[in-house]
Every structure is written in structure tokens, then in C-alpha cells.
Design a protein around this ligand. Structure first.
Ligand code: GMT
Length: 372
């Protein structure tokens, strides 16, 4: 099969999933073309069978807002024409679903189109009245729409008034990315005194509630001296660093920015924190579980589809930092239970959300659409 993939190339869950899926599909002998405005951050060394098409948006004094969506549509049509791409798979609806729809209009007899919804493309940006009608059009015109959780599929129906069927294919993780020695080296630096290490990783946007992460840590640290590693970057990082200083925990909290591979730091932790207000899936939590790190999270969105109480993690109501810190303290105070949850986290991540199992579902979907 010849598959075109469009995603945001920057650090983030949708780009990670899109890239890992494309690489896995290429490994199975198919041809994969990434059509993006920059090389996806996760692509690394480009293996045989994978081609990158860069979308460039010309500047022109009249354009206050350069029309990326249109340049993308043209580049998609061009790549399809030149390489015989049979199916476009776009990740994150805005604007990719609409650009792909336009590319098919340009081509007349265009490729099949799969749209995968990831989260804020529906729950935050997509539900905004300035985008809602065009996002709904992009979703309605695709051949198949998938969502990364049942919760996100339901929200797409409710918030956007979409009527069509949406298939659920969860995110996946490759446990081989967890390198114990590398994680141990990180741990030695992040917790030089051997105290417990809590970890959070996100894009530091408001939905991640990073102040809750710090508040949970403040409460835990008051009872069990610990350390906290904050991985990632985004708009709430400066206020979070201020909060840590004002709460008197700055010497126990390390803001690392974006790190690669992220599993190195995540895998160094004892507990991973994800107290988000919106979360369609929570890929970072899955990465933590795959490395044997139990998760204490909010019960927002699709998180409970991943984190099942007692199966390598626990979910609690959004904003309940007291209950979340109690849960962390309970885990850290009981080494036997912590070891059990570590093992269960690993089993759940690699069983239900293992790469082969999930990539099989996408490959079957492509074959179904292409009749191959
Ligand atoms: O929507 C975002 O803020 C970013 C987006 C992304 O591109 O990383 O994250 C979403 O997609 C991930 C991959 O499917 C999910 O694991 C995240 O839960 C989801 N984020 C939200 O729903 C907030």
C-alpha cells in the first residue's frame, strides 16, 4: 500500500503516534509519505520506504495569516499525483482533515481518507465556534474517522453534532523504548539522595493543570521527602516555576524542558502524575506505564479507558489534589504495593496498548478501504 501521513511535526502525542504508526507501517513493507511543514520530530533516521514531503507556505505582504491549510492541500495533491498515494491518513482534524478533503477535490478521483481525532482538535479548538463548522465538514467527508478513545468519539458526537460513525483505535507504545540503564542514570541525577521521584510530562498548556502537579507534590513532599521532575515546555511553565519558588519546593523540583527520549526521564520515576482537566487519552501516562511507572491521574476524558484503578494506576476527580497526594503517599509508603502496581502498569501497557496489536488494527483498516 502507498500511504500519505500528515501530522503536526512538533513534540506532542498526535505527532508521536502518527510518526510511530507510519514507521511501523513502512516496516511492514508499505510505502509511507509524510506530508508536513517540517520533518516530524520523532522520525529520526529516515528508514527505507519512508519519504518526507515538506509543505512550504510562501510569504506575501498581503497575507497577515499565511494560508498553511491551502499550501498543505496543494502539496497533498502533488504528492498523491507524483507517487500514486492510495490513502491519506491525517492526524489532528484542524486543519488536516479539511486540507485532505480539498486535495481530493483537486484530484477528482482522489485517494481514500482516514482522519484520526486526537483531543483538543475536538474538545477545545474544534468546539470553538470559529472552527466548528469547518471541522465538522472535514470529519463528515472522510471515508473513515477514528478517535483515540471512546470518550473522544462521544465528545465529537456531542460537541460537534457529528452524526457519522467514529471507530475507536487507542494509542500504542513500544516498551523497547524504555531503557533501564538510561533511566537509572537520570534517576541518580534527579534524586541524588535516593528519595522517591515523581514525574510529570506535558506541553504545559492550561488543560494539563501543572499547578495541580506542583500542589500534589508539595503535599507528598511534606510527608515523604521526594523529588519532582517536570518534563516538557509550554505557556504554563513560567508560572509553574514561580509557583515552585513561592511554595518553597524549588530545590526539589527540576524543570527539564523537552527531553529525548522522553522515556529516559519518565522511566526513572516512582509515580507519574497527570491531573489534566481534558485528556482524550494521555499518551505520556501510557509511556510511563510501559516503563513500569504507575500513574496517578484525574478521571478526565479518556484517561479511565487507559488507567484502571489498581491496574497500574489510579484516577481521581479533576482538581482533587488532596486525594491524589493521598494516593501517591499510599503507594510510596507500601513498597510491596508499589512493586505490584509497577508490574501491573507494564502488563496493561504492553498487553492492551502494545504496538503490534494496535498497528494491526490500522493496517486492517487501510486494507479494508483499499480492498487489498
Ligand atoms: O491536543 C493537544 O493538546 C495535543 C495533542 C497532541 O497532539 O499531542 O494531545 C492529544 O493527543 C494525544 C495523542 O493522541 C493524546 O494522548 C492526548 O491525551 C491529547 N491531549 C488532550 O486531549 C488534551
Amino acid at each position: 500500500m502507498k500511504i500519505g501521513v500528515t501530522c503536526y511535526p512538533t513534540v506532542g502525542g498526535s505527532g508521536t503516534v502518527a510518526t510511530e504508526l507510519g514507521l511501523a507501517i513502512a516496516k511492514r513493507g508499505h510505502e509511507v509519505h509524510f506530508i508536513c511543514y517540517a520533518m516530524p520530530y520523532r522520525l529520526g533516521r529516515v528508514p527505507p520506504g519512508v519519504t518526507f514531503h515538506e509543505v512550504t507556505v510562501p510569504a506575501y505582504p498581503l497575507f497577515q495569516y499565511p494560508p498553511y491549510s491551502l499550501a498543505l492541500a496543494s502539496q497533498m495533491a502533488e504528492a498523491v499525483r507524483s507517487h500514486g498515494i492510495e490513502l491519506l491518513h491525517v492526524h489532528y482534524a484542524i486543519p488536516h482533515a479539511v486540507s485532505a478533503h480539498l486535495a481530493r477535490e483537486i484530484l477528482g478521483n482522489g485517494p481514500k481518507l482516514v482522519v484520526t481525532l486526537h483531543g483538543t482538535d475536538i474538545t477545545v479548538v474544534g468546539a470553538d465556534p470559529s472552527f466548528l463548522p469547518i471541522v465538522r465538514l472535514g470529519i463528515e467527508r472522510a471515508d473513515v474517522v477514528t478517535a483515540v478513545s471512546r470518550s473522544l468519539a462521544n465528545q465529537t458526537h456531542e460537541l460537534l453534532g457529528v452524526k457519522r460513525e467514529i471507530e475507536v483505535i487507542p494509542n500504542f507504545v513500544d516498551p523497547d523504548r524504555c531503557d533501564r540503564d538510561f533511566a537509572a542514570a537520570h534517576r541518580r541525577r534527579l534524586s541524588p539522595d535516593g528519595a522517591p521521584l515523581l514525574v510529570h510530562a506535558s506541553n504545559f498548556r492550561p488543560v494539563k493543570r501543572v499547578m495541580d502537579v506542583l500542589e500534589i507534590f508539595r503535599r507528598v513532599h511534606a510527608r515523604i521527602p521526594s523529588h519532582l521532575a517536570m518534563v516538557g515546555d509550554g505557556p504554563d511553565r513560567p508560572p509553574a516555576e514561580r509557583f515552585a519558588r513561592e511554595a518553597g519546593i524549588a530545590d526539589r523540583v527540576e524543570f527539564l524542558g523537552n527531553v529525548s527520549p522522553v522515556e529516559g526521564v519518565i522511566g526513572a520515576g516512582d509515580v507519574f502524575l497527570l491531573p489534566s482537566s481534558e485528556e482524550s487519552f494521555g499518551l505520556a501516562a501510557l509511556e510511563a506505564m510501559a516503563c513500569g511507572v504507575p500513574v496517578v491521574a484525574s478521571n478526565a476524558g479518556g484517561i479511565p479507558e487507559l488507567v484502571v484503578d489498581g491496574e497500574g494506576g489510579f484516577t481521581l476527580p479533576v482538581g482533587d489534589t488532596a486525594a491524589m497526594s493521598e494516593r501517591v503517599v499510599a503507594l510510596l509508603s507500601d513498597p510491596k504495593e508499589l512493586a505490584t502496581q509497577r508490574e501491573r502498569a507494564r502488563l496493561r501497557a504492553t498487553g492492551t496498548f502494545g504496538t503490534v496489536r494496535v498497528v494491526d488494527q490500522y493496517e486492517a483498516l487501510y486494507r479494508r478501504l483499499l480492498g487489498s
